[in-house]
Design a protein around this ligand. Structure first.
Ligand code: ATP
Ligand code: MG
Length: 555
């Protein structure tokens, strides 16, 4: 089954339906607000599908806004990769890309408005003092000695902050709300801090930067966002979101709604941890095919349709949960089973010689590109006296369960003839180096004439036409379902998450495009990797044909 057409329903869409029915909004405006401090991951894809999906289905708009208030951690490389990934996922934003930093002048003016209203003050307490005064979840906080500074004085101090007259960490602009609020985020939260940092958009114009909670709600209001969708950890912060907007002069009142973040088994989705994997060289980069990043999944062979389908299947709720990796893998497998062209590749080649095959004769056999879809056509596959088969597809002796090639027995070569293993040649260590066979000339595309039953089918590649290829067998990056719960998540990395094979592939695979997954018959779904060159072929395994982990779990 490929991507389903049905429109999702969820509690957020129900709220929107209600808002439209009650005439609260005529147009729906959402936004996707990534911080450019890392690459997008599959959790972001959930948020992207939600925000852009709503805009599409309601004929509204969705903005792409970089939430760029932490210049030290952000980078233009992230800004670019995020845009590329959103587009690749199949979405386009409304108008130009936006940046919270576009609004720095307005944000500054709103901070001045709060100061004028006696609702913000400059605090020179040390970090230590602030921690003490903040209180705990059980105990209320206490007022800072700077809380009652006059508005006039605060205005002058804030201007000095802006002019670079205070050092980093020397002071903060704080909202004056309620130090005894049961919600920690309402205990006079910071609005601005001093940072002498170069910003990827605003250069050196600013040495004070607004905090997320102050910036986000105002940016939403400036852009006329109707439904501001974020993850559950911001639930308490909604109070601050509403407090800021109700205390400044702006005539737009976006509403924040929270949904649960995606957690996925056998991987991590925190940017801090993903950065650690990259910086520690545990993976080859942000786009390592084992990473849960959009770039990694794309390189691995995931299609954007399979990721959108995954986001549809997991749905949007307020319940925290952990989604099984097999759900994601099934989305890809189902799509590719229906749509991916087939090809033959041998991952661990064993030479096989057909002794009664005529000398140097070469035949081009026809092979269907898809067993169930004739419209995908067929291709020519060269066949000859010497071929490679998969080493594990041959045994000198085996019981009846082994439906492959056994000495003295027959098997069908996929898209070709029935062969019989006659004898083997071994090296000094006793490893089989060549299997000698005979073939039945009269079995191309038909059963043996005398009614012999040949059950097994194995794949193969012509030795003289096959092309060597590096084949990267990827598996889950972690050995445990919830690596984030381990003391050190790096300890649970699966050492076998990448196994490299030197295989042989049929010649038609030389020309396949990057990011267009194929089924290598009997072994899995693969796509050509970007490390390929004119004289080098590299393929990545996107996913196996079956869920081998499920079988293991069942014992
Ligand atoms: P992290 O905590 O890993 O740094 P973040 O939430 O800070 O992630 P942002 O760049 O701020 O990352 O996220 C942009 C948007 O994507 C936000 O609206 C955020 O709620 C959403 N998002 C991030 N991670 C997930 C996730 N795992 N599931 C669903 N939505 C997510
Ligand atoms: Mg964030």
């Amino acid at each position: 089954m490929a991507e389903t057409d049905s429109r999702p329903t969820n509690f957020i869409r129900q709220i929107i339906d209600k808002d439209i029915n009650e005439g609260l909004h005529t147009t729906i405006q959402t936004r996707f607000p990534p911080e450019p401090n890392g690459y997008l991951h599959i959790g972001h894809a959930k948020s992207i599908c939600l925000n852009f999906g709503i805009a599409q289905d309601y004929h509204g708009h969705c903005n792409l806004r970089f939430d760029d208030t932490n210049p030290e951690k952000e980078d233009i490389d992230y800004v670019n990769s995020i845009q590329q990934d959103v587009n690749w996922l199949g979405f386009s934003w409304s108008g130009e890309v936006r940046y919270s930093s576009n609004y720095f002048d307005q944000l500054y003016a709103f901070a001045v408005e709060l100061i004028n209203k006696g609702l913000a003050y400059v605090d020179f307490s040390t970090q230590e003092q602030m921690r003490e005064l903040r209180g705990t979840l059980k105990e209320p906080g206490k007022n800072s000695q700077y809380r009652d500074t006059s508005a006039t004085e605060n205005l002058a101090l804030f201007e000095k902050m802006r002019n670079g007259e205070f050092k980093e960490g020397e002071c903060l602009l704080r909202a004056k709300i309620d130090m005894s609020s049961p919600f920690m985020c309402m205990r006079d939260p910071a609005l601005y801090r001093v940072r002498f940092a170069h910003h990827h958009q605003t250069g050196d114009k600013w040495c004070i930067y607004p905090m997320y909670d102050f910036t986000h709600c105002i940016s939403d209001a400036i852009e006329g966002i109707t439904h501001s969708l974020c993850t559950l950890e911001f639930q308490d912060n909604r109070r601050l979101y509403d407090w800021v907007l109700s205390n400044i002069t702006i005539d737009s009142t976006p509403h924040q709604y929270e949904f649960s973040r995606l957690n996925l088994e056998y991987t991590v989705l925190s940017k801090r941890k993903l950065i650690q994997l990259v910086e520690d060289n545990q993976v080859s980069g942000w786009d390592d095919p084992r990473m849960p990043t959009v770039a990694g999944l794309r390189r691995r062979g995931y299609t954007s349709a399979s990721i959108r389908e995954f986001c549809k299947r997991i749905g949007v709720t307020k319940m925290d949960n952990m989604v099984e990796m097999s759900v994601l893998e099934a989305c890809l497998r189902e799509e590719l089973n229906a749509q991916a062209p087939r090809a033959m590749a041998v991952l661990e080649p064993l030479k096989l010689v057909i002794e009664n095959y005529q000398g140097s004769e070469v035949e081009n056999l026809s092979a269907a590109n898809h067993p169930a879809n004739e419209s995908m056509g067929s291709r020519e596959v060269p066949f000859g006296r010497e071929i490679f088969i998969e080493a594990e597809d041959f045994k000198e002796e085996a019981n009846k369960k082994f439906k492959r090639l056994v000495l003295g027995k027959e098997v069908r070569l996929r898209n070709a003839y029935v062969i019989k293993a006659e004898r083997v040649e071994k090296d000094e260590q006793g490893n089989i180096t060549t299997v000698y066979c005979s073939y039945d000339k009269d079995t191309l595309g038909k059963d043996p004439a005398d009614g012999r039953k040949v059950k097994g089918v194995i794949h193969w590649v012509s030795a003289s036409h096959g092309v060597p290829a590096e084949i990267r067998l990827y598996d889950r990056l972690f050995k445990v379902p919830n690596p984030a719960a381990e003391q050190d998540f790096l300890d649970s990395i699966n050492e076998e998450s990448l196994v490299v094979k030197q295989g042989i592939v049929e010649p038609s695979l030389v020309d396949v495009q990057l990011n267009t997954p194929m089924q290598f018959e009997r072994t899995g779904y693969f796509c050509k990797d970007q490390d390929s060159a004119a004289d080098r072929l590299v393929f990545n395994r996107a996913v196996g044909l079956r869920d081998t982990w499920a079988r293991m779990d069942q014992g």
